[in-house]
Structures are given as structure tokens and as C-alpha cells.
Design a binder for this molecule. Sequence first.
Ligand SMILES: Cc1cc2nc3c(=O)[nH]c(=O)nc-3n(C[C@H](O)[C@H](O)[C@H](O)COP(=O)(O)O)c2cc1C
Length: 336
Amino acid sequence: MLKTKFCELLGIELPIVLAGMGGVSMAELAAAVSEAGGLGTIALAGLPTEAAHDEIAAARKLTKKPLCVNFLAPFLTPQTLDHVLRDDVQAVALFWGENFEELIARVKRAGKKAIWQCGSPAEAMRAASAGADAIIAQGFEAGGHVRGITTTVALVPEIRDAIGNLPLLAAGGLADGRGLAAVLALGADAGVFGTRFLASNEADAHQAYKQRIVEGRAEETIHTTLFDVGWPGAPHRVLRTKVVREWEHAGSPPTGKRPGEGKPVGVMRRHGLEMPLVRYAVVPPNSEFKGDPEELPFYAGQSVSLVRTILPAREIVRMIADEACEVIAKRLSPLA
Ligand SMILES: Cc1cc2nc3c(=O)[nH]c(=O)nc-3n(C[C@H](O)[C@H](O)[C@H](O)COP(=O)(O)O)c2cc1C
């Protein structure tokens, strides 16, 4: 049931993919999603080569099933990519950037599947002609960094028409089986879930951040370039937390003139490394962050309104799959 050509491409049971979420989709969460029959993605953006390798090794202790790794193309060094391509991962998902040909060719030469997350048909066609094995269409309602300005419902069929039969995944606004069934109907071969898995036991997000997700509403999210220390000028969607409201109160001033600019807000620990952070840093608070988590970005998509419980990732996968089957069988099939 629910087997699509993307499932066949990766050898997975269900067309349910964990979004690469920097700092959040780490070994434990990715392994749990893969173990449940979906495709777990380990977000490696910003990790030094050794730490990236350790993260994959940690996931491999938890699952033998297919795994994907995710990079932000502007921050990817050739050394890290080379190293990771020798590891036991089946797919590499890339996001943002222009060097489609070079990166996709290297991923494919290593025998891995190359996936590119895109925000427009033009970008999808460039990735497709560079040889990508699958495209992710990311709609404007997505959480985290947002590549384009078109919503998922309009973007998925547009990209499907642009790329022919190539496997297509849809990201942005999906939190349950209704969303998955909807994007399958639009022409996608799998759904990518970010915000839904943020509120999972295994996500490496600070407890206060998870709590705000299960209380948050779509109207509270804002599409902005506010959290730019570490990655300037890249639009993203976050919850309107204390620091966002303070900036808006001050009249939404530009970078350099914002309240508390440069103020130290705490220290993040990961892989034994300590990273002091200032206000407007791009990094979301993980479980080991020491400081006020509300000073850091709470990335979230508009699907946040549909996320009301923190659950084990395995249960989330199961709920999405069961509900999608029910929607197709009981709601869509009888209409035909
Ligand atoms: C906390 C967070 C961090 C993210 N970090 C990344 C990242 O490192 N790489 C990436 O390709 N996409 C990243 N994204 C975007 C996701 O890949 C995906 O497009 C998005 O989560 C889909 O929308 P949804 O949150 O509504 O499910 C991030 C999203 C969130 C919520």
C-alpha cells in the first residue's frame, strides 16, 4: 500500500520522508523514521567533516534501512562531501545554490541518489537536466529556509509538468495523512515532513521549542530574513517569538540597527564542541543549548496548527500512512 516509484528508487516501504532540518534531524530521528518504513534524513549542514561522519555512524547503529543526508549547497565543502560519500547512505538531498551539475555528478559517481530541493519550476528543471534522481518541490508555507514564493498546491503540479516522470517529492504544509494524500493527488511520489517531526521525542530540539510547536498557530509564523547571523539574506519561516516581536515593535529595522544586535544569548553544544551564539543567529536551539531558547529562531511551517502532540517518530509515520490510506479509500475512491 502507498508504494510509489520513489519508494522503489530508494527501497523504502512508505512515501514518507523526514525533512533535512539543520540541528534537529539528527541520527536518532532519522534512524527512527527509516526504521518505521519512511526515509530518514540526517541534516549535516554546518557540521565539521568528522562530526558529520560520527552522526551517520550513530544512525547506522540504530538502523540498517536506507538513509539520506542533507546539505545546504552554499556551506558544503568538497572534503565533507567526499568523506560522506564513502559512508553507508543511499541518498544526498541538496538545497540552495547554483552548482547543480558539479554536486549532482559527484553524488551519482559515488553510487548515491541525488535529490535537490527546489522552490520553482525553473530551478527544478536545472536540477533535472543536471541528472538529479528526484526533486523536492518546496512550497512557501514550509518551515525553516524557504526557497521560493509559490505555495505547495500550486507548485507541485507545476513542477510535475516541468520535469515529466522524474520522481517528485512535496514539502511544505504537510503534517498528516490528508496532506500526504493531497500531494500524491497533485503528482508527487512522496511527502516531506519537517515541522511535524520537530514535535517528536527523537528530534534534537530544545524542549521549549517543541512545546511552542504544539501550541503554535499558522498565523503566528512569519516569512522573514531576520535570523541572518551565519546566513545573511536567506528568507525563512519562524514562529513569532519574543525576539521577533521585539524587533517588530522597534519598527522592523534593518540589520545593524536591530534591538540587542550582537548580544550573547547562550552556548550551543554539539559533538563536544561549544559554540557561543549572539542574537539573530541562524541556529535553532537544540536539546543541549544553555541560555534563553526564545532568543534563537523557532523555525516552523504553517502546518504547525496541525501539530498538537509530541510523539515517537515511529507513531507519526504510522499515523500519516494509515490516515493517507483511509483518505484515499474512503474519501477519494468512492468519488471516482
Ligand atoms: C527547523 C528546520 C530546519 C530546517 N533546516 C533545513 C536544512 O538544514 N536543510 C534543508 O534542506 N532544509 C531545511 N529545512 C526545510 C525543510 O527541508 C522542509 O522544506 C520543510 O520543513 C517543509 O515544511 P514543513 O516544515 O511545513 O514540513 C528546515 C526546516 C525546519 C522546520
